[in-house]
Write a protein that binds this ligand. Structure first.
Ligand SMILES: [Cu+2]
Length: 292
């Protein structure tokens, strides 16, 4: 099992799930010593306690600051994956060991008090209303073959029953200078970690439950248990503006990216078999509102 030696002081951890399809749910035995300070797109507004089970989908990131200053030297902690993992071989749920070792002779940095807020509060729903952004519906589909094996996944049913495609054919749009509202539907049996290039989002299971504490670029889209394509399983406010524009009293203009976002980017499920099997779209930032 890999291990990491830490000194009895504050340690900043960055967790990134770089597995292809595996969803980790970490139990961190040292969680009470930690606070979450950042996710995918940077610092959270208010740092918060680490949940008992920290679930991380492919490409999601979390940063924690943990204080081992009162932990006895020689203590070890094991980070254990709590998820059920389908595996052809015996699965080892212990992911990593943290070993607290004696401090280096040199004096380390002082204990830092984490501020009560780390970045300005951003409320994307009100900016969506202010900028009169478009509303879009995105559907993540999966088709099975005669043996009920996944055959083909796609975005928005845009290209019928094609499979084994070698190019990206679907397109999504976002209007530069606006915050948009994207409704996600997932009638497939699996959740999909949806990832945008170049933009960030604030999301939640419903419009009344948007997480305004964090900006994300990878968002798990839950499956509807009844595989009903009309049910919205996630609502996201998608920022097609520079991030600085979002800060209250910012001087940055809504379309002042500091670079020219003319070329197409991509937006896709981050599970590779899915993105390679059509759950991926060109993502164009346009000057005027364009339907997908
Ligand atoms: Cu997927």
């Amino acid at each position: 099992m890999p291990y990491l030696e830490v000194e009895p002081r504050q340690v900043r951890f960055r967790f990134a799930n770089v597995a292809n399809a595996r969803v980790y749910t970490f139990a961190l035995p040292f969680a009470p010593k930690c606070q979450v300070i950042a996710t995918d797109s940077g610092f959270v507004h208010i740092p918060y306690e680490v949940p008992a089970n920290l679930t991380i989908f492919p490409l999601e990131r979390f940063e924690l600051v943990c204080d081992f200053s009162s932990t006895e030297v020689g203590t070890t902690f094991e980070i254990v994956d709590q998820s059920y993992q389908e595996s052809m071989y015996p699965y080892e749920p212990r992911v990593m060991q943290i070993r607290v070792k004696a401090a280096h002779a040199c004096q380390g940095p002082e204990l830092v008090t984490i501020p009560s807020t780390l970045v300005e509060y951003k409320d994307l729903r009100s900016l969506y209303e202010e900028t009169k952004g478009m509303t879009r519906s995105i559907t993540l589909m999966e088709m099975d073959d005669m043996n009920d094996c996944p055959l083909h996944l796609h975005l928005d049913n845009q290209f019928g029953h094609e499979m084994n495609i070698s190019t990206i054919k679907a397109t999504l749009h976002g209007t530069r200078g606006k915050v948009e509202k994207w409704y996600f539907h997932n009638p497939s049996p699996d959740p999909h970690p949806f990832h945008w290039h170049v933009v960030n989002a604030q999301c939640g299971p419903s419009d009344d439950d948007i997480n305004t504490n964090a900006m994300k670029d990878t968002v798990p889209i839950p499956a509807d248990p009844d595989q009903n394509a009309t049910v919205v399983t996630q609502v996201c406010y998608v920022v097609c503006t520079p991030n600085e524009y979002l800060v209250v009293d910012s001087n940055r203009a809504a379309t002042d990216f500091g670079f020219t976002p003319k070329q197409p980017y991509v937006a896709h499920c981050h599970i590779m078999e899915h993105e390679e099997n059509a759950m991926m779209a060109w993502f164009y930032l346009t000057d005027t509102d364009v339907e997908n």
